[in-house]
Design a protein around this ligand. Sequence first.
Ligand code: CO8
Length: 258
Amino acid sequence: MSGYQTILVEPRGAVTLITLNRPKALNALNSQVLGELIEAFAAFDADDGQHCAVLTGSEKAFAAGADIKEMQDQGFARMYASNFFAGWERVTATRKPWIAAVAGYALGGGCEVAMMADFIIAADNAQFGQPEIKLGVTPGMGGSQRLTHAIGKAKAMEMCLTGRMMGAAEAERAGLVARVVPAAELLDEALKTAATIASMAPLAAIANKEMVNAAFETGLAQGILFERRLFHGLFGTEDQKEGMAAFVDKRKAEWTGR
Ligand code: CO8
């Protein structure tokens, strides 16, 4: 795939690898990056041959934040009128699963984009932070909410109010990341995990993602009902018949995505 200037997009079997590629700006997220990510995630979602994506950066920086140089001269009226950052909701609307593979700095918007992923796999050199307070602002792409959901009020509040960075080991203990791996193995591990997800029944993968996300957006009773209804719904798919028949027959399932 081509035509992108700030990201690289490569299919790796049934996994789409998307790499942030503004090395001189430590992958700072400007409007062009956002536009290209919206396009790349929409193309991934629409491609019947692709079932999981990995978003990564460089070994030094996943992304060092929203682009400060692009924002510095903005005023309230323009930010409000353009609903600046609202486009990220199109990235989070991606229905298929995707993983953030984070090495180096994931600061401000970089941390926020990593948290938009279904889960994060971190390199042992990863550094997470919401340092916006040092710029006289706050997180603006969901960080105050997603970080608090992920690690609880005490740590989220401390990070937002002091701007301190959290290393990979602490991030794993706090529940921000699913797993920490040596930096040199990050991409392989993330691609391997994505390939495992991509090998599952595609509709079941989407349904699992939707119901875990419902745990963040609804109360317990509603979430459990949502889970049960989606679970019932999967009994209308060919892949449920195939998956259970394959188990009983002691063979590998062949998914059709129907
Ligand atoms: N935006 C633009 N350019 C950046 C950014 C950024 N966020 N981060 C780094 N760069 C650029 C630097 O300006 C520098 O460019 P140049 O060579 O032209 O001077 C280049 O990348 C390399 O950076 P450094 O020389 O600073 O590299 P170091 O290794 O010395 O330091 C750091 C790395 C610690 C990551 C440092 O670059 C840094 O602190 N960056 C800024 C981190 C930050 O504050 N991020 C939060 C940004 S704000 C945000 O993400 C959300 C804002 C929400 C606002 C809500 C509005 C609605």
